[in-house]
Design a protein around this ligand. Structure first.
Ligand code: 5GP
Ligand code: ZN
Length: 112
């Protein structure tokens, strides 16, 4: 098994845990782009959002709920951004589905 985030999820590569449950593992991004930058990954290996199917709907909802729960715990009263980079044009660099939670500073729009 060669997937970086599978190794982070199973603990064989160290990370700073932020939240975890039976479906997902959330950890601090190694190159944070904002004061709060957390990655929420499913424990199950799914390559990207483009690889999901109707059976994944509950898991996808859970990942978004986890992002909101972490944001509440971090205290981000002015808001935050949730991003799922998907595929090469989407800027995805790790091929294990993950949700970025970014907050703690104003974020510009549109993205690059
Ligand atoms: P993507 O570009 O695929 O949307 O996001 C991948 C993210 O994973 C990037 O923000 C990158 O900084 C982060 N990342 C890459 N390698 C590691 C690592 O070994 N540990 C942690 N904590 N984050 C990583
Ligand atoms: Zn994986």
């Amino acid at each position: 098994m060669s997937c970086l985030f599978c190794k982070i999820v199973d603990g064989s590569i160290p990370s700073t845990a932020v939240y975890q449950d039976d479906q997902c593992y959330a950890f601090a991004d190694i190159h944070p782009q904002a004061p709060v930058h957390v990655l929420i990954a499913p424990r199950e290996h799914i390559v990207s959002l483009a690889d999901t199917n109707p059976d994944d709907c509950a898991l996808l909802g859970h990942l978004l709920w986890a992002a909101a729960e972490i944001a509440r715990a971090k205290g981000l009263p002015k808001g935050y951004r949730v991003v799922v980079n998907t595929g090469p044009d989407g800027g995805q660099t790790v091929d294990h589905l993950h949700v970025h939670l970014l907050g703690g500073r104003p974020l510009t729009w549109p993205p690059g």
